[in-house]
Design a protein around this ligand. Structure first.
Ligand SMILES: C[S@@+](CC[C@H](N)C(=O)[O-])C[C@H]1O[C@@H](n2cnc3c(N)ncnc32)[C@H](O)[C@@H]1O
Length: 201
């Protein structure tokens, strides 16, 4: 993307290929750990180049990949085509507008490596809640709140700048303000955690 729109979340540029794959050697394992299951209608929010989208498509009934950058969606589209996967729609748009971007309610919204850059996190969480089925889940995979110089991958510090990183507590507080409730919190080694939320009873 040459000119970033004002809506682009800070510190959420898709990294160059290479270290991302080294950091995420088992995207299917991450998805299983947060609870993506066969039969689910899933939204991959801020889907980037489709590294997780492909595995969601393989695991679930259908996935809608949403990203503000149409170029990223094109990369993702090609990744899925090359794998012969067809149960995915690609939608360009702003994550805050989620409810308008997806025609059907979701069983699961997956958001990896982007929540740290959202300026109004309660607003985003409300938008997600609106799209979720009563039994739906929202999983956020975030960098731990560690100094950037400590999160080394392939010999270099990686990830968003230290000041943008959120603790699990900060993430939970922001999302629970929407009415969603924490269902479970997991470690995603080496540098991430996953917070999974559900609709209130
Ligand atoms: C760091 S990448 C992560 C991609 C993918 N989730 C992953 O973990 O491999 C974050 C993505 O968020 C997208 N993004 C940034 N601001 C956005 C917004 N306002 N609405 C939707 N997507 C956005 C960027 O274009 C980028 O592709």
């Amino acid at each position: 993307m040459t000119d970033r729109p004002a809506e682009f979340f800070e510190g959420t540029e898709m990294p160059a290929a290479g270290w991302w794959e080294a950091l995420w050697p088992d995207p299917a394992g991450v998805l299983a750990a947060v609870g993506v299951k066969p039969g689910m209608e899933v939204i991959d929010l801020c889907s980037g180049d489709g590294w997780f989208t492909l595995q969601i498509a393989k695991a679930a009934r259908h996935v809608t990949a949403i990203d503000i950058d149409p170029c990223m969606l094109e990369v993702a589209r090609h990744r899925l085509i090359e794998s012969g996967v067809t149960n995915c729609d690609f939608v360009a748009g702003d994550a805050y507008e989620l409810a308008k971007l997806t025609p059907r309610p979701a069983d699961f919204v997956f958001m990896a490596n982007a929540f740290h850059g959202v300026p109004d996190r309660p607003r985003l969480a409300r938008a997600v809640r609106e799209t979720l089925m009563p039994t739906g889940r929202f999983a956020i995979v975030n960098w731990h709140q560690r100094p950037r110089e400590e999160t080394m991958i392939l010999g270099e510090p990686r990830g968003p700048k230290t000041e943008l990183r959120l603790s699990p507590g900060q993430t939970i507080e922001a999302v629970e303000s929407s009415g969603l409730k924490l269902a479970h919190l997991i470690e995603v080694p080496p540098y991430h955690y996953g917070a999974v939320f559900k609709q209130p009873a």
